[in-house]
Write a new protein. Structure first.
Length: 193
């Protein structure tokens, strides 16, 4: 564990007011973790981030300083909260569905490939998306991901492999469907002329 984190945790265990330092250090990272997973919904991300810190605060005395960082501990709590959030039945509205932000598109040269990839990622299950996020967005090693998600390294490697394979299959299927649609539109246009 980071020496600074170890000191912050020790201080917070002695004086609960000191927990604010841990909160300030990690609130934006925990918020972002949720924000990316709940369709960029600020209110839900804030609520889930708050719940994470409430649980961390309530279990502060039980936390044991080990090799994992305090942030890994927070992400473990956050992951469990997110799983519970998605298990609860919800009313679906149009706002529930995630769209790729416009600023992301401006950075991507090939919009068509990006759209297919985004569509394919959305078809993966929650666990596969999380593991891909930690691996490729955050740059975490398999061992770190295993610690955060409380899974074995082999389980993480297997899930990564399966998720990559699914992405290839989904992207290929999307390509085929897109080609068939273009061919159909071309035939239709031919008959109309």
């Amino acid at each position: 564990m980071d020496i600074a984190d170890a000191q912050l945790v020790a201080n917070a265990k002695k004086d609960k007011e000191q927990f604010k330092a841990l909160y300030k250090k990690y609130i934006s990272k925990v918020y972002n973790y949720f924000w990316y997973r709940v369709g960029h919904d600020n209110d839900v991300a804030e609520d889930l981030a708050q719940e994470t810190f409430v649980r961390a605060y309530l279990n502060l005395q039980k936390f044991k300083i080990q090799n994992a960082s305090y942030f890994s501990y927070l992400l473990t709590i956050a992951h469990n909260i997110l799983v519970n959030y998605y298990r609860k039945p919800k009313d679906l509205s149009l706002e529930t569905f995630v769209e790729v932000p416009e600023e992301v598109w401006s950075e991507i040269e090939d919009k068509d490939n990006a759209q297919r990839l985004w569509y394919s990622i959305q078809k993966l299950n929650h666990n596969e998306r999380d593991i891909l996020y930690f691996k490729y967005r955050k740059g975490y090693q398999v061992k770190e991901i295993a610690t955060i998600l409380n899974k074995s390294e082999n389980a993480i490697k297997l899930t990564l492999s399966r998720a990559r394979k699914k992405l290839k299959e989904y992207t290929l299927l999307t390509d085929i469907a897109s080609f068939a649609d273009k061919k159909h539109r071309h035939k239709k246009a031919k008959y109309l002329s």
